[in-house]
Design a protein around this ligand. Structure first.
Ligand SMILES: *[C@@H]1O[C@H](CO)[C@@H](O)[C@H](O)[C@H]1NC(C)=O
Ligand SMILES: *[C@@H]1O[C@H](CO)[C@@H](O)[C@H](O)[C@H]1NC(C)=O
Ligand SMILES: *[C@@H]1O[C@H](CO)[C@@H](O)[C@H](O)[C@H]1NC(C)=O
Ligand SMILES: *[C@@H]1O[C@H](CO)[C@@H](O)[C@H](O)[C@H]1NC(C)=O
Ligand SMILES: *[C@@H]1O[C@H](CO)[C@@H](O)[C@H](O)[C@H]1NC(C)=O
Ligand SMILES: *[C@@H]1O[C@H](CO)[C@@H](O)[C@H](O)[C@H]1NC(C)=O
Ligand SMILES: *[C@@H]1O[C@H](CO)[C@@H](O)[C@H](O)[C@H]1NC(C)=O
Ligand SMILES: *[C@@H]1O[C@H](CO)[C@@H](O)[C@H](O)[C@H]1NC(C)=O
Ligand SMILES: *[C@@H]1O[C@H](CO)[C@@H](O)[C@H](O)[C@H]1NC(C)=O
Length: 604
């Protein structure tokens, strides 16, 4: 008896203390064994919707401050309030007792400070509405390095006030920062705002675009007086990087990045579990003139790291430096998403789908949902570049399925390398542009490629695209507008649908999205298939009536320099709200600004 209890403890310690999932004694990735000779098994950890509640829907109330932080000196702030009806989540059924439940019912609420019950907002929302904005006055709060707890209480306007709803959140309202930088996340739209000496301490739209930057062969050659390799990096067009080094090994590199305003995400991944080391480095990094975020864990889901480790690192970083967000890279498609993002303010994904064998691995096993590691978890060889937007969509659906709101800001890490016997070749320039713009179409808010130095071909391609995406006008839409809106596409008059030979799932090869600011929109269209489309392609963007300028037409599939311009594709406005093009060659990308017809009056 004693003996088996001890064994149980030992086994449990392995699972909980070291690695997550099943069979931690075997070599696994994303919870799946990848060496030959082991049985396939369900790795667990999938994000699934709970069963729907019997009977009426539930009223799912959430609220959060609009920005991840506010600074002393700012006067106005906002809350976002959601009161959605859901079959799965919510405190109580709706309609509440005594309610008519005609879909127009009103939910009254107030938001107060938890400390003294001082009311910040007293108002109402329509039931089943989301993203409602309510201003409040920051002077009612005292700046603090600690988050300030706030509470929402609400009840149906008509009918009984029992049961009542309650929800919690925090306002981060920090003392002003005399030096260094501050990064805010817009939780309504997902974009990043950044402030530094270089921006005159004004918050400005920031779309980071750059590379993970090696020490060997790149940053190792930077000195205080010789910055030529960094100048070259900046000249390609990049405004950001993640240096793969730290203050202990390369203090001069960080001094030069500060001087150049080359904004960086600070890498803690190799020692993120060693909180002593994390503390030492964060204390050195937090007042830098160019830091915009921290990177704690690299693929903790792939490595099956203990769930608490990214959370402990996050909490320590934010305690030492509440002015910057913390990012985590996920590698797996569906392995304990909630647990591995609990310590992430920003979620990055590194889907590398080019040159893979998605069904048979270098280790000598098949790859599928229960076995193997083919370098791109649960990817489809046939889907190619479309694995990237598919993953971003899946991560967003995990958030919805786990009732995690608001959605976290997402970042794509493009594949700009080959090797390791997983990836037989580099992406072509056309594929690289397609992956970046597909990610942007699917709500990625920064592009950080693995890894620099790469080939000059891919640096040139990325640099050209970076110059477009990080500057006005594109950045005004990508950071300042609401999340990308998917545009309906028809090819030759039919909906665009092809079936993936590997998975049987539907593929949409023409992927289009748009962003509206005022009476203009940015439109992005990617033709992701390896064959030309010779029929008319029509993209529906409501109110579209004039193309103002073409910002980008990607390289053709044959381009091997990264510098190729596609011959003008010839988009035109077919009729109000419909953009058309005669055909789209294989793997082409285009980005343009259009005028919209002014809103018609309500009473038609
Ligand atoms: C605030 O209100 C709550 C709920 O009504 C109550 O439990 C709490 O004691 C109040 N706190 C203060 C400081 O008044
Ligand atoms: C609530 O809103 C959603 C999204 O707009 C809609 O699909 C759903 O039908 C609405 N539910 C009810 C009961 O009105
Ligand atoms: C930045 O300001 C803080 C707070 O005043 C101060 O403690 C710190 O030494 C300053 N850092 C630098 C690098 O000037
Ligand atoms: C910062 O904001 C001030 C006041 O709005 C403005 O005058 C100044 O031009 C801005 N600076 C930059 C770099 O945007
Ligand atoms: C410096 O640059 C040379 C030439 O590009 C390269 O071979 C060397 O690896 C670099 N050194 C470091 C420390 O990065
Ligand atoms: C500066 O560094 C680069 C890269 O290591 C090197 O090629 C170049 O010779 C250096 N320039 C000077 C003036 O030392
Ligand atoms: C953690 O980091 C500290 C500070 O760098 C170092 O002294 C210590 O040896 C590290 N601990 C482990 C277990 O690596
Ligand atoms: C993947 O590898 C298997 C085994 O070597 C081979 O039969 C198959 O053709 C490969 N598939 C691709 C797409 O390369
Ligand atoms: C994955 O492949 C292994 C080996 O062929 C097989 O035993 C297992 O059933 C497969 N799993 C799925 C989900 O298809």
């Amino acid at each position: 008896m004693l003996f088996s209890l001890a064994l149980w403890f030992a086994a449990n310690a392995v699972t909980q203390g070291q690695e997550t999932g099943k069979h931690p004694e075997w070599d696994r990735w994303c919870g799946k064994v990848y060496m030959p000779g082991f049985p396939a098994f369900d790795p667990g950890g999938q994000t699934v919707l709970p069963p729907s509640a019997p009977g009426q829907p539930l009223l799912n109330v959430h609220f959060v401050p609009r920005y991840s932080l506010y600074l002393e000196g700012e006067h106005e702030a906002e809350f976002i309030v959601n009161a959605a009806l859901s079959p799965y989540f919510g405190q109580h059924p709706w309609p509440a007792e005594g309610e008519k439940g005609n879909g127009q019912s009103v939910f009254d609420f107030s938001i107060r400070l938890a400390s003294d019950n001082n009311t910040l907002v007293e108002s109402h929302v329509m039931v089943n509405s989301t993203d409602n904005i309510f201003r409040f006055d920051l002077s009612r709060l005292t700046p603090s390095l600690e988050p300030i707890p706030v509470v929402l209480d609400g009840a149906p306007r008509h009918g009984s006030s029992n049961p009542s709803w309650t929800a919690q959140s925090d306002v981060v309202y920090l003392p002003d920062k005399p030096n260094g930088t501050v990064t805010k996340i817009d939780k309504l739209n997902g974009g990043l705002l950044f402030r530094s000496r270089a921006t005159d301490r004004n918050f400005t739209s920031f779309f980071p675009y750059g590379f993970y930057s090696s020490y060997d062969g790149f940053l190792g050659n930077v000195t205080l007086t010789n910055t030529s390799v960094l100048q070259r990096y900046a000249e390609w067009g990049f405004n950001a990087m993640t240096p793969l080094t730290n203050y202990q090994d390369a203090p001069d590199v960080f001094a030069v990045l500060d001087r150049m305003d080359m904004r960086f995400m600070f890498d803690l991944r190799e020692y993120y579990k060693n909180l002593t080391m994390v503390q030492e480095q964060v204390l050195l990094a937090r007042d830098a003139e160019a830091i915009f975020a921290y990177w704690s864990a690299d693929e903790p889901d792939g490595w099956q790291d203990p769930f608490e480790d990214p959370v402990l690192a996050h909490d320590l970083i934010r305690k030492l430096d509440p002015y910057h967000p913390v990012a985590v890279v996920l590698n797996c498609q569906d392995y304990y998403f909630k647990e591995y993002t609990a310590g992430a303010d920003i979620i990055m994904e590194d889907v590398y789908p080019i040159g893979i064998n998605s069904t048979w691995s270098k280790w000598g096993t098949a790859c599928n949902a229960t076995l193997g590691d083919c370098g791109c978890d649960d990817c489809s060889g046939a889907a190619g570049v479309l694995n990237v937007p598919a993953r971003l969509d899946i991560l967003a659906s995990h958030e919805r399925d786990a009732n995690l709101w608001p959605p976290k800001t997402k970042v794509h890490n493009p594949q700009s390398f080959h090797g390791e016997d997983y990836w037989s070749r580099d992406p072509t320039p056309a594929e690289e542009a397609a992956m970046v713009l597909l990610a942007v179409n699917h709500d990625a808010r920064a592009i950080i490629s693995w890894v620099y130095p790469d080939s000059d071909v891919l640096s040139r391609l990325h640099g050209r695209l970076a110059k477009v995406l990080t500057a006005s006008p594109a950045a005004d839409f990508l950071v300042g507008a609401t999340r990308p809106v998917r545009a309906r596409v028809t090819v030759g008059g039919h909906p665009d649908e092809t079936v993936d030979a590997d998975t049987g799932e539907q593929l949409n090869f023409v992927d289009a999205a748009y962003w509206v600011v005022g009476d203009r929109a940015l439109v992005s269209v990617v033709q992701a298939s390896n064959s030309d489309i010779d029929e008319q392609v029509v993209v529906r963007v409501p109110r579209a009536f004039r193309i103002v300028s073409v910002l980008w037409e990607g390289p053709s599939a044959e381009d091997t320099s990264g510098d190729g311009k596609a011959p003008s594709l010839g988009w035109w406005v077919k009729c109000n709200g419909l953009l058309a093009v005669k055909g789209l060659p294989a793997v082409t990308t285009s980005l343009f600004i259009i005028d919209l017809k002014k809103h018609l009056t309500q009473n038609l």
